[in-house]
Design a protein around this ligand. Structure first.
Ligand code: ADP
Ligand code: MG
Length: 340
């Protein structure tokens, strides 16, 4: 048997297997990049559930023309430079993998202009083959265009679902994001028609976003939670026991602004509701945990859906006690913190 070094394109396509599952994962990575670049507004244009086209345009910091090839190179990132940075990372991205992975399985274009630059520049890649940087007009910020996702990976393409299903996954992910960033405006269009607009109303109106994202029924009865201690802060909204669901479809949990799934935290929430919820029913919640980034490892999985807490037990108990106290107050007949 001969051992050989794999070509870059194939390496990127292998990495894409982990990061790019479907159009929604592309949207996630690209919008996260826009947020990391300080965007205030992000436009998301989709065709055919994102399979035919995903175009994400932001008004963030932009990229130098000379750095465009680096942006699409593997393990190239502007977000960390050392292990110390990694351990305290506060940006959504840091692996330097998304753009090269996505570019290796699509017809890809990156167009950008930095704030004070005279003009923008563009770089096109088709199935991993990199073109040359050419000048191109562009307002300040960045556009990434991803066409024909998986056109060169038939095995992956086969697993894509109907347009409506893929669009549903994208919308669900955007809802997750919109809940965490009420300060950013998101405009979505599908097949040329505006389909959703999340107005960037600022933090004060995050309750409005809650209303838009989870519906009036949830917002009307939700209990506002905001509790700090031991260097932890848990805030957000939880549904009263009477507002319960057949499935876990309205459970949103964020660590330092990143949506994650965490079994220990899910368990703590379940415990807090154990006495007040009918068996088999699920609570609804939108909860944000804030803590020193050094107390949580976000580098657990390429897609970053999971984190590892340094003191998992402490966090479990903190979440449990905070929610239990909030729920006990409602039982005692105390006015909920927000209602109406
Ligand atoms: P990561 O986000 O982990 O750094 P990516 O492959 O997603 O890796 O992006 C590589 C680099 O390209 C980023 O570190 C950033 O410098 C630049 N970049 C990507 N998208 C944008 C954007 N929308 N605006 C500004 N810079 C961007
Ligand atoms: Mg990224």
């Amino acid at each position: 048997m001969t051992i050989r070094q794999l070509p870059d394109t194939l390496i990127n396509q292998i990495a894409a297997g982990e990061v790019v599952e479907r159009p929604a994962s592309v949207v996630k990575e690209l919008v996260e990049n826009a947020l990391d670049a300080g965007a205030r507004r992000v436009d998301i244009d989709l065709e055919e559930g994102g399979v035919r086209l995903i175009r994400i345009r932001d008004d963030g910091a932009g990229i130098e023309p000379s750095e465009l090839p680096l942006a699409v190179s593997r393990h190239a990132t502007s977000k960390i430079a050392s292990l110390d940075d990694l351990e305290g990372v506060s940006t959504l991205g840091f692996r330097g993998e998304a753009l090269p992975s996505i570019a290796s399985v699509s017809r890809f274009a990156l167009i950008s202009r930095r704030k004070d630059a005279e003009h923008g520049a563009s770089l096109e890649i088709e199935g991993g083959r990199i073109g040359t940087v050419t000048p191109k007009p562009h307002p300040q910020g960045t556009t990434v265009e991803v066409r024909d996702l998986f056109f060169n990976v038939p095995a992956r393409r086969k697993f894509l679902k109907a347009e409506r299903t893929e669009l549903g996954h994208i919308e669900e992910w955007l809802r997750q994001l919109a809940l965490a960033r009420p300060d950013v405006e998101l405009r979505v269009s599908h097949n040329g028609k505006p389909s959703r607009r999340w107005k960037g109303e600022g933090d004060l109106l995050s309750e409005l976003r809650l209303h838009e994202a989870l519906g009036e029924e949830f917002a009307r009865q939700a209990l506002h939670v905001d509790h700090s201690g031991a260097g932890l802060r848990l805030h957000g909204w939880i549904g009263q026991p009477a507002y319960n669901r057949a499935s876990a479809d309205q459970q949103y949990f964020y660590v330092n602004g990143r949506a994650v799934r965490d079994r220990s935290v899910a368990h703590a929430v379940k415990q807090a509701y154990a006495d007040v919820l009918f068996h088999g029913r699920q609570p609804a919640y939108v909860l944000f945990l804030e803590l020193d980034p050094r107390r949580v490892d976000v580098n657990v999985h390429p897609a970053k859906h999971e984190v590892r807490f340094r003191d998992a037990r402490l966090i479990h108990d903190f979440v449990y006690r905070t929610l239990q106290a909030a729920l006990a107050e409602t039982r005692a007949g105390v006015e909920p913190a927000i209602a109406g």
